[in-house]
Design a protein around this ligand. Structure first.
Ligand code: SAM
Ligand code: SF4
Ligand code: SF4
Length: 386
């Protein structure tokens, strides 16, 4: 196998809410392989971009779409590429069906990640209009709603439905997947097909478990393999500030309902670590653990925010940074969470203070605090000296 080979372009499809098709969710968005709004998936699957990508992968050549993986491999030896090659190694034989120019007649999806729309009821500070219609509305954008399939997602859905039978894993993000009609259409179709052993993976804000006349818990009861990563960056009022739209009591209630009615679901948290929550991380995870807001195999993911710059660690001055590091070093969780917090400490230590980013942070905060009738320091007094 060549050292740039990745199995995903042989069995996976990623479509962004704006219709751009990428080799996967970390593929570089500046190099879309096609546009699902105005081409069929069949056309895109063997267009010049897709064929070149496969050709490069077979021949050990790098493609700009996959830089995130090459960078990660240089730093750590591992990447999403190595992960997926291992995960789907039984499908390596698909490479043998590829023609010399990268053409692949077989279109047999095993893993689908379609971000059907940007429909979302939240306006998380670190997010944006591409992922959230609530953000787009607040920013006064002309197009509030974006759909992966253009005017109607029906065409895209109808193109993909015949492949559901063979799919092993669906990943739902968005937008907010629990407010996405095609998410429900997929679950209902899978139940009709009797394909309830398929893996369902989610990132969700868990604000609503009911959509129109459907209760997602009733649907989830049919499926044996579900993983939910609840996007939670803090608890209580801090959560309501960071992830505008949050009613914390309701999120907690929903988590307890999931645990009670669908205890087989692996429920964990996915947190974006930014200037807003980094100084109180120990307090946040103590709350999650003390209140039992997770399932048996709770394995939280801490994701260090990279963009936008004005929410990353570069806005924190050295004095405050050392205080935060000292506080984080008192962490006392399990091995996994301790190791991830140590990673955050290392990133803090490596990140240089940037005065321009800090000023942008204060400016952006002021703008959105005014729009949302909030005041940063009422929620985060620990950031007074920033
Ligand atoms: C865009 S959301 C879509 C799914 C769903 N609405 C949710 O919040 O889980 C996917 C993930 O991106 C995370 N996210 C938000 N802002 C981010 C940023 N600036 N950098 C990286 N991830 C971010 C969210 O917290 C969430 O876990
Ligand atoms: S090499 Fe990496 S970026 Fe490219 S498709 Fe595979 S996992 Fe995605
Ligand atoms: S809930 Fe998800 S999609 Fe909505 S604004 Fe927050 S991060 Fe973005």
């Amino acid at each position: 196998m060549s050292n740039t080979f990745c199995i995903l372009p042989w069995l996976h499809l990623y479509v962004n809410a704006d219709g751009s098709v990428l080799p996967c969710c970390i593929g570089d968005y500046r190099y879309p392989l096609g546009d699902a709004k105005n081409s069929s998936i069949e056309e895109i699957w063997n267009n010049e971009n897709f064929k070149n990508l496969r050709y490069n992968m077979i021949n050990g050549l790098e493609s700009p779409h996959c830089n995130a993986c090459y960078q990660s491999e240089k730093m750590t030896g591992n990447s999403a590429r190595t992960h997926f090659n291992q995960k789907f190694k039984k499908y390596k034989f698909l490479e043998d069906f590829t023609q010399p120019d990268g053409y692949l007649e077989k279109m047999d999806f095993k893993y689908l990640d379609i971000r059907w729309s940007n429909i979302c009821n939240f306006k998380c500070r670190t997010c944006c209009a591409t992922f959230s219609s609530a953000w787009a509305k607040e920013d006064g954008n002309k197009n509030v709603y974006i759909f992966a399939g253009g005017n109607s997602n029906d065409k895209l859905y109808n193109e993909l439905e015949p492949y559901f039978e063979g799919v092993e894993e669906f990943y739902f993000a968005g937008g907010e997947p629990l407010l996405t009609d095609k998410h429900y259409a997929i679950l209902e179709k899978l139940i009709t097909l009797g394909k309830t052993d398929v893996r369902l993976r989610y990132n969700s804000n868990l604000s609503k478990l009911k959509f129109k006349n459907k209760n997602v818990l009733d649907l989830w009861k049919h499926f044996s393999d579900i993983e939910i990563y609840a996007s939670i960056d803090h608890y209580g009022e801090k959560a309501e500030y960071i992830r505008e739209g949050t009613n914390w009591k309701q999120v907690e209630k929903n988590i307890r309902q999931i645990k009670e009615y669908t205890p087989h679901i692996l429920l964990s948290t996915n947190s974006v670590i930014s200037v807003l929550n980094v100084s109180t991380l120990n307090n946040f995870y103590n709350y999650i653990l003390e209140n039992n807001l997770y399932s048996k195999k709770y394995s939280p993911t801490l994701y260090t925010l990279i963009e936008p710059d004005f929410y990353n660690f570069s806005v924190i001055n050295d004095n405050l940074k050392h205080k935060i590091i000292d506080e984080l070093k008192t962490r006392n969780f399990d091995e996994n969470l301790n190791a991830q917090i140590d990673g955050i400490i290392q990133t803090l230590e490596k990140t240089n203070y940037n005065h321009e980013n800090r000023n942008n942070f204060l400016e952006q905060t002021k703008i959105y605090d005014r729009k949302r009738n909030r005041n940063l320091l009422d929620y985060f007094p620990e950031l007074k000296s920033i």
